[in-house]
Design a protein around this ligand. Sequence first.
Ligand code: SF4
Length: 547
Amino acid sequence: MPEIDRRDFLKIAGLTAGAAAVACKEPVHNIFPYVHQPEEVTPGIATYYNSMCRECPDGCGIRVKTREGRPIKIDGNPEHPISKGRLCVRGEFGHMRTYDSARFAGPMKSATDASGAKSLVKISWDEAQGLFVDALKKSAGKAVFLGGRESGTLDALLDQVLPAIGAPHRLRFEPYAYESLRSGNQLVFGSEAVPQFRIGAADVLVAFGTDFIETWLSPLANQIGLADSRREGKGFAVFVGPRLGLSAANCDQWLAPNPGSEALVAIALASEVAQRRGGAPEALRGLLAKYSAKSVAEKTGILAPTLEGVADRIAKASAPLALPPGVELQGTNAARFAAAVQILNVVSGALGKTVVFGADHTLGKLGRFQELSELAGKMRGGEVGLLMVHGANPAYSAPQVGLADALRSGNVFTVSFASAPDETAQLADLILPDHTAFESWGDAEPVKGTKTLQQPTVRPLFDTRAARTSPPAASATCSSRPGAAARASTRRWRAAASGRSFPRAAHRSRAAPARSTSRSPRSRGTPPIRCWSSTRHTISTTAGCRA
Ligand code: SF4
């Protein structure tokens, strides 16, 4: 064996050590203190922001506790008319979406490798915007925007921008769009409007398979209402339905009629209450008379005395309330079932007391399931060239319409604005990731007259962009009046805020987002509350959001 020269040995050893050092290098994590500390930030002391929960379309007011520019705890805003200082469990963990390690770190496009397998690869925003604009131009007039239940400025902005970029077709999709309730209201009241059901004001509540505690209409307001109605031992609640779920378990009485006969129970109760109370039109009482508790007992499996007992309670109540069917009692006769429950509300005198029209839920624009099914058919048939998906995941929540197959067919170029992977985004050709609700501005009007603002509480953690800027940016390329719609929308937002603080805050946010907007020196010593609007404003994230 030849001898190793000492110099060669040292060279080899040196190179090996260098290679090992490179291979074993620890990842570097820099912790930068506030070398230039923002004037309003005191490290170690929490800063609070009022904002809005976007975990469901209900838009509850929240109060976000932040430490050194990071949201760490969410609570309800005590001055918000929907949340009243409370929060549901989804809202409690809303900020964890922002910290989701699986989030899209930037724009992505679908690419096929040598083996034919598809995957998403990272691209720049310039390339992504170029691909988006190209797709818009190619599919002018054949582009569809599939969104969720938006009700604020973004909703109005999309209405203005989409026709300008050659995408006049828009579908607002929510898995449960209260279609039967809207149709039932049309049958009874001649209007599809969904009124307020004031559970908190009711002394006798009858829920017909309504999962009002879990997810129906405004779950947090319903929970608060139920607690209010039961205060000091008052209130009585009955659940009519096959499942002993959370809502049923929180009622005083559970009736489980034969499956499919629940609507008959509602009509029988209306009949018995009409007899006891009077006041209902003679013709209606005549029609209801043949559905007495005794006559439906065999079909429903509920003994007549039991039904009569519930009818007694309703007839004697000063503020009774019957809740139309929820998800678990949907079927081919769901609209007539909802109409039967509303008839019970009419004859019991609930209308105007606990069922109040006026400040209606903003559900009217939601697309019907049939429309989603038609969209999937058009996609398969090549009638749609571009699909933009924002705030909806129909490949998961409506698998029966075959939208996922239509996306896989290759007939449609799909753009997703999801901030994290979901079943629909996985099938998209282009991802333009949106900020999360904790990183961006926004607003909503879940109930007519109740407007709530959402503000960022943290700098965007990834290379994402607010979805409300992407279509307007495209309109700047496609439209003859670039950016006009976006400017008009911003004016609308400011006009809606109608005060001095909000525009100033919005301006400030653009200059120096979340981390530097912090506690006021004046409030040193007490937990500061960020109020973006003064008490005289008609819109507030803090006090009296009723416009
Ligand atoms: S009910 Fe309110 S707190 Fe709960 S997820 Fe919906 S908006 Fe958030």
